[in-house]
Design a protein around this ligand. Structure first.
Ligand SMILES: Nc1ncnc2c1ncn2[C@@H]1O[C@H](COP(=O)(O)OP(=O)(O)O)[C@@H](O)[C@H]1O
Ligand SMILES: [Mg+2]
Length: 309
């Protein structure tokens, strides 16, 4: 049971050529876990998340996506509308545009409870209780505010509460801490963590914030240039990363020396031969320039590197 992607490809046609933003991704997410999808900006994390929700009208998607036994990639738009929000909720990257600007925050959460049959008074009470359980210190005050009266961090947390109110089976949170300062990041982190006690939903956290992923997630999926390059349990992956790219990401963390990884991601329209990471890899050999490695089982996860196979 869970969400699984089977040989998923997402292509965009652009003026400079085709962009294969998700490149033959085969990966599963377990509902009982929080999974972090990490990687530098532009590695295809958001596109992967949005493809699960069928929210990429401009893209050509191939491969298959399953929610438990149901194939989402075989559903029509009407059926996908039933899935979105109710079964898989998105906490979008830009909370500024995802909230209704003309409704108080509390009302927007209440409406979710009303849709599930609660009366006005019950919806109100459940909203305040939910906000409190999700770490809001002044739930009544937050509920009374309009989105423009809330800070970016607060809006992010309110969006998480709206998602949680629907009691979905999955919540996908895209860059929930982007642009927030350290204190507010902690609060968003607490809200996400507490949200998991609300229901038994699976959580997919898409982020370039490695510290968030390490604190919040049970498993990690690392993406580079649209490919899944490593997966594994969070503690093992952070303690002993296998892929040289994951090693580079972790070495750039502030408390681990803040060594920036040399080089940069190649353009999607001009990808290197062989292993896509070889131009940046300190261990690259002749074989890496010629032959693309496959994602192979390793420990309790998998890795896509000739050296690790
Ligand atoms: N609608 C689109 N049209 C063309 N290219 C896109 C579109 N959406 C995303 N891309 C490209 O797909 C790649 C992956 O993007 P994205 O998933 O947003 O990266 P991430 O979330 O990891 O930062 C990027 O190169 C981006 O420019
Ligand atoms: Mg993104």
């Amino acid at each position: 049971m869970g969400l699984s992607l089977n040989d998923l490809c997402v292509r965009f046609a652009t003026p400079s050529g085709e962009v294969l933003a998700v490149n033959h991704a085969t990966v599963s997410f377990r509902q009982e876990e929080a999974t972090g999808i990490i990687g530098e900006t532009g590695s295809g994390k958001s596109v992967l998340g949005l493809s699960i929700l069928g929210l990429l009208p401009a893209a050509a998607v191939s491969g298959r996506i399953f929610l438990d036994k149901r194939e989402l990639t075989a559903l029509g738009e009407r059926e996908m509308c039933q899935i979105r929000g109710r079964e898989i909720a998105l906490v979008a990257q830009n909370p500024g545009t995802s909230l209704n600007p003309s409704l108080r925050a509390g009302r927007q959460i209440e409406e979710v409870f009303r849709l599930t049959g609660a009366g006005r008074r019950e919806a109100r009470a459940r909203t305040l209780a939910l906000l409190e359980r999700m770490g809001f210190s002044r739930p009544e005050e937050t509920a009374r505010r309009y989105p423009f009266e809330l800070s970016g961090g607060m809006r992010q947390r309110v969006l998480t509460a709206i998602a949680a109110a629907a009691q979905p089976r999955w919540i996908i949170a895209d860059e929930p801490t982007k642009g927030l300062d350290a204190v507010v990041r902690e609060q968003v982190y607490d809200t996400l963590r507490l949200s998991r006690r609300e229901g038994r939903w699976g959580l997919l956290v898409i982020t370039h914030d490695l510290l968030l992923a390490r604190k919040l997630c049970d498993r990690i999926v690392v993406m580079y240039c649209g490919r899944v390059v490593e997966t594994g349990p969070a503690p093992a992956l952070f303690a002993a990363p296998r892929h040289p790219y994951t090693q580079g990401l972790i070495a750039s963390l502030p408390h681990l020396g803040m060594k920036p990884m040399p080089g940069f991601s190649p353009a999607f329209t001009d990808q290197p031969s062989g292993c896509v990471f070889h131009p940046r890899c300190p261990y690259a050999e002749e074989r890496c320039r010629r032959e693309a490695p496959e994602l192979t089982a390793a420990g309790e996860g998998s890795v896509c590197c000739h050296r690790c196979a």
